[in-house]
Design a protein around this ligand. Structure first.
Ligand code: NAD
Ligand code: WQD
Length: 351
């Protein structure tokens, strides 16, 4: 479905994992897109792949700007030359462990960057935003599924940046009611575009489960450490709500449409998950089935700070955004394997 008037969207962090997949869907849906990214956790090759994927015509509607949200001037440069209908704000640092060791880096990047963005948006009267929040704001939930009105708490500095930024968004919108802000709380984004040409490519040893499994499957890592086998779950391993990154990308488009259509939206949070809980061992089995590769595992103690089971209530997003995840874990693993098999070293040509 194309948009009737061509709307212009600024995508911060658009060279990253979720950003690239969302930019493909935005272009296919008829939006014009400008990316701002400092390539701190991404490479320009990812944007080149997006261009190849959408073809030369749609590629003309995409521009890439190397810039850092911590420098207001970099944002100002973009707003002074064109009008944006909305901003999708992905840019941020996201490694939980690193945030514990270096909280100042996280507060500087995630908080200062976002405040600069709000200031510039306000100056140019662009007051419509989709913000990347996270299920991390539920901490270790006392009951599941997680509902949007649960009490919020953060377990680490990264989580605190998301919690603070949610509160900042609510305060700004309360003070200036013309702002329209959707906070999207992602659960565990995995998978890749079905073409296998874009996907997640973390720098260094992966922190997250699926990139780790993927690197074991292609022989870059010897085995998977399974953190925790004594949880009170079906098989003793922890349970999460894995969501295909293409479903997530479509969730952003649903959020944009809601923002454009509903002047009374205010500042509203939505979970983006499938509502299905899958254990670590079930995920390993699904990936083995999709790839035909054996994933050797080592059962290890629990990772500190991990919750037993987290999954989303999807009702609010279904009802108000008209969005529901289409893919299950088999498709997630199939597409993630396709990406890994085509690009065992990610966006690097070779070692
Ligand atoms: P990513 O690291 O792949 O993408 C983030 C992008 O932002 C990168 O390209 C990075 O270079 C850029 N960036 C970071 N700081 C910047 C700055 N100051 N100025 C300009 N660019 C900057 O991460 P992702 O997985 O695509 O995540 C996107 C967003 O979603 C992040 O805000 C993250 O916290 C949030 N999120 C991610 C997950 C997940 O598991 N992937 C889950 C919940 C929420
Ligand atoms: C999933 C499960 C691990 C790696 C994190 C952030 C959260 C959000 C999503 C950004 C857990 C287990 C993992 C490994 C394992 N990100 N695991 N071996 O912890 O649910 O959420 O990413 O907002 O804020 O905390 O995701 O992929 O790290 O872990 O056994 O090598 O896999 O213990 O049970 P998590 P994850």
């Amino acid at each position: 479905m194309g948009s009737s008037v061509e709307q212009n969207i600024l995508v911060t962090g658009g060279a990253g994992f979720i950003g690239t997949h969302t930019v493909v869907q935005l272009l296919k849906d008829g939006f014009k897109v400008s990316i701002i990214d400092n390539l701190d956790n991404s490479v320009i090759e990812a944007v080149d792949r997006v261009r190849e994927l959408v073809g030369p015509d749609l590629s003309k509607k995409l521009d890439f700007n190397l810039g850092d949200l911590r420098n207001k001037g970099d944002i100002e440069k973009l707003f002074s030359k064109q009008r944006f209908d909305a901003v999708i704000h992905f840019a941020g640092l996201k490694a939980v462990g690193e945030s514990v060791g270096n909280p100042r880096r996280y507060f500087d990047n995630n908080l200062v960057g976002t405040i600069n963005l709000y200031e510039t948006m306000a100056k140019y009267n662009c007051k419509t935003m989709v913000f990347s929040s996270s299920a991390t704001v539920y901490g270790q939930p006392e009951t599941i599924p997680c509902m949007e009105d649960f009490e919020l708490k953060a377990m680490n500095p990264y989580g605190r940046t998301k919690l603070f930024l949610e509160e900042i968004a609510r305060d700004i919108q309360r003070a200036e009611p013309e702002w329209r802000i959707v906070l999207l709380r992602y659960f565990n984004p995995v998978g890749a575009h079905e073409s296998g040409s874009i996907g997640e490519d973390p720098k260094g040893i992966p922190n997250n489960l699926m990139p780790y499994i993927q690197q074991v499957a292609v022989g870059r890592l010897p085995e998977l450490n399974v953190y925790g086998h004594d949880y009170p779950t079906k098989d003793g391993s922890a349970v999460r709500d894995y969501i295909h990154v293409m479903d997530l990308a479509d969730g952003h488009i649903a959020a944009l449409r809601k923002l454009f259509a509903d002047p009374k939206i205010g500042c509203t949070a939505y979970n983006l998950g499938t509502g299905q809980g899958t254990s670590v061992l079930e995920m390993v089995a699904a990936f083995e089935k999709a790839s035909g590769k054996k994933i050797p595992i080592k059962l290890c103690p629990r990772r500190s700070g991990d919750a037993t089971a987290v999954y989303a209530s999807t009702e609010k997003a279904e009802k108000e955004l008209g969005w529901k995840a289409k893919y299950g874990v088999d498709e997630m693993c199939k597409d993630q394997w396709n990406w890994a098999n085509n690009n065992p070293w990610g966006y690097q040509k070779k070692l």
